[in-house]
Design a protein around this ligand. Structure first.
Ligand SMILES: [Zn+2]
Length: 158
């Protein structure tokens, strides 16, 4: 609890998901797709390569704030990301989830987002060891390019 209490709360004025929504440089912001109600972005501080976030355009904290068409599109984007990340990166599995509230692990509690994290056999063995190593920007750019190529190959509508 001590650790959780000292974590900085991301201010609603400085929300990177709103910035991704509002700015136009999708390469710089690592925006993968823009849907009608939702946006998909590569996590700049990934748990594994290809870790993506799916968020509604609205800056709201809870599932209960979202209309059905937005919830549906979030789930469709997660499905399409699973297909695309499988095509691009060939992971062995995925974690998919939503953290609601700071105590549940949300790093940005004001703007709800779902995580999809590709997993490989054995990645938990090396991630704690290399956890402090920062993923270099070139690596993220390459992954973004690979995801977009796979997305085109699959003929997805984003
Ligand atoms: Zn926001």
């Amino acid at each position: 609890m001590e650790y959780i209490r000292q974590l900085p709360i991301a201010s609603d004025d400085d929300c990177f998901l709103c910035r991704c929504r509002d700015e136009t440089d999708d390469d710089a912001n690592l925006v993968v797709w823009r849907g009608k109600h939702t946006i998909a972005v590569l996590n700049r501080f990934p748990y594994t390569g290809g870790h993506c976030l799916v968020a509604p355009y609205e800056h709201v904290p809870d599932l209960t704030d979202l209309p059905t068409e937005t919830l549906t599109e979030m789930m469709e984007m997660l499905r399409d990301l699973q297909r695309t990340l499988s095509e691009a990166l060939h992971p062995n599995g995925f974690n998919v989830g939503i953290n609601l509230g700071r105590c549940a692990g949300a790093g940005l509690p004001g703007h709800i987002h779902a995580h999809i994290v590709p997993r490989w056999e054995g990645d938990t063995n090396f991630m704690p060891v290399f956890g402090k190593v920062h993923v270099v920007p070139e690596f993220l750019e390459t992954i973004l390019k690979n995801i977009r190529q796979a997305s085109d190959t699959l003929g997805l509508p984003y």
